[in-house]
Design a protein around this ligand. Structure first.
Ligand code: SAM
Length: 228
């Protein structure tokens, strides 16, 4: 086993439990976490830099903030697809898309992003904020290979996630302790974002470091480039 597999905590809750807890949280999610996550998520969106006419996938879209921002960026000649495991999140995001009058360029699916849902070579870009760290360790490469499969050659990915890189501060140790004690409710844990993308075969374009409530966050942009 390599460092990225041995040093990160496992996610022990089931997918059924994940669905149930995100369904329960969906109505309160923006109040609980939305504000804290906003700055890092928006930085990731800026770095992904979706363009007019592009086809973009958002994995684990939550209440749909990035879906709305991506839909504005791709304009009416582009399209944004999203997948989220929680029906509660799907309903709220769908309603936000309708209110923003962007339904014509957005398509949301409810399902597990570790399973294939989309056509191969279809997307120009993939975005994932605070979601890759919710997959159990053996599933991270599966999800990233799925991202590669659906991206066209040269397509980009941006991952925003809590980072395990560097020395753990007090907040990080506390967070990991809560994750160990309450795995059903605090299901995310810090991961090695850059290394996970490199191991999956992506070419790293840019790495930025930020923090969210004193937890380190990595924002990594990478490219899917097929060998010649
Ligand atoms: C921490 S929230 C982040 C939401 C959003 N990306 C944001 O930045 O506001 C994680 C989201 O991932 C979804 N999720 C969890 N496991 C998933 C899976 N296996 N497949 C798809 N979505 C998943 C949850 O339902 C939740 O909406």
């Amino acid at each position: 086993m390599c460092k990225i597999e041995t040093e990160i905590s496992r996610v022990t809750r089931s997918k059924v439990e994940a669905k149930a807890s995100y369904n329960m949280m969906s109505k309160w999610y923006d109040m609980l976490a939305g504000f804290a996550e906003k700055k890092c998520r928006n930085t990731g969106l800026k770095k992904l830099s979706a363009k007019e006419g592009e086809i973009v996938l958002d994995i684990g879209f939550g209440t749909g903030h990035s879906i709305l921002a991506l839909a504005q960026s791709v304009g009416n000649s582009g399209k944004v697809y999203g997948i989220d495991i929680s029906e509660g999140m799907c309903k709220i995001a769908q309603s936000n898309v309708r209110k923003a009058e962007l339904s014509d360029r957005v398509e949301l699916k409810c399902g597990d992003a570790a399973k294939p849902h989309f056509e191969a070579n279809f997307f120009d870009a993939v975005f994932m904020s605070f979601t890759l760290e919710l997959f159990d360790t053996p599933e991270i490469p599966i999800v990233l290979h799925e991202c590669q499969r659906v991206l066209r050659n040269g397509g980009r990915i941006c991952i925003v996630a809590i980072s395990k890189k560097g020395k753990a501060n007090l907040m990080m140790r506390l967070y990991e302790w809560i994750h160990a004690k309450l795995p059903k409710y605090v299901d995310c844990r810090p991961i090695f974002v850059r290394e996970s993308l490199e191991d999956a075969g992506f070419q790293i374009v840019e790495v930025a470091k930020m923090s969210m409530v004193r937890l380190p966050v990595e924002i990594v942009v990478a490219q899917h480039v097929l060998p010649e």
